[in-house]
Design a protein around this ligand. Sequence first.
Ligand code: 4AD
Length: 455
Amino acid sequence: EESKKIVLEEPAGAEPAKKIKIHQGVQNRDKRVKVCGWVHRLRSQKGLTFIVLRDGTGYLQCVLSGKLTQTYDALTLTNESTVEIRGVIKSLPEGKTAPDGHELVADWWQCIGKAPGGDESFTNLVAEGADPSILADRRHLVIRGETASAVLKVRSKVLQAFRAEFEHQGLTEVTPPCMVQTQVEGGSTLFSFDYYGQPAYLTQSSQLYLETCLPSLGDVFCIQESFRAEKSHTRRHLSEYTHLEAELAFLSFDELLAHLEELICGTLERVFADPKTKALIEQLNPNFKMPSRPFMRMDYKDAIKYLNDKKILTDSGEEHKVGDDIAEAAERKMTDDLNVPIFLINFPREIKSFYMKRCPADERFTESVDVLMPGVGEIVGGSMRMSDQKQLLEAYKTEGIDPAPYFWYTDQRKYGTSEHGGYGLGVERFLAWLTNRWTVREASLYPRWTGRCTP
Ligand code: 4AD
């Protein structure tokens, strides 16, 4: 193989090539450049070889002609091989199309690493319609595709936009630990492990830590992985997901809801202000509708009534009654019917977490909120928190939690309490909604779910 490798000579008198990334193509037209990347698409026609090159920053059509197309490497080139191409980027005449409306007319190129052809070829391995579990094993190849990489690019912008919006609203970012010895959302979904001979867990939520930051830093947020040993095998549950959480002090439930609306809409405005991201979302989700404000507010009891009026039944085929958890299928059905973002508020105590503040008007219910989005259902869970130490101690008891390891959480009430509230947003669920993905798995780089911890 090596003996067949003939390195071409650069054309005599060629100006030195400037190294660029593909997204810098437009401002570097009509100059000699060099670009490195992966062969995304390949086609030969009338003595010309067309390569659509990909470097993660964009796509660039490159044309090889003459003796550039006659080398051994040119004749055996495959998709996903890496190449370096030098030449001049020329805008295309009217009527011809290529990414950014231009193409690189090559005067020199070399193959850096050839990818296999035949049975082992990339195209063969990630063929559309392949078994989902095989594609999950090949996630490292799947992410090279246009759709998967578009979702990951939107994800990057969305995280930036959330951070910018938090900054704008004056919240401080913190990084709580992932290895913990307390639970937040119930013992049944904890992943436990041995920590120097002591039991410990992977965090389910950073909420309790965020609450302790209020007296130190004021309103805070974090973007951190959370872990859930979910038994449910659904298209919106992961074992590890990116959890965006915030906590705010001295505010009312209404103010918490207003903040959530502001965060979601402000973030979306920032995301759409970037033309490249806007184009990616339009490609992934052409029917996306910007939510209008104010979001619909729906009391839990009215949701139960709605479900019964519409004959939407529980998973076991019964009518809903007050006190029931609204299962995923029913929640989805309702959200899809209403087809707008919904603040579902005031859930009953018994189906919600121990720390939630009770409604002053009816102590059987809590000042809690789920944000529901069409196509996905719940993307946010939040609430006001108990601010009274005695009430919290009772809540531990009711839940069967030993208060000892929670001393630091209890102290949040002891050393200068405040009305406060917060929420957690599932980043993959937000993205599944924004980019219209069938499952949250598509919004995660290397998703983990029941039985899957690889690649
Ligand atoms: O409703 P959850 O369980 O709430 C909490 O953990 C609170 N302690 C958060 C807080 O108030 N700081 O989870 C919050 C959100 C859900 O609405 C959902 O979007 C996401 O986290 N989520 C999951 N996403 C993917 N896979 C899972 N298994 C998830 N579990 C929750």
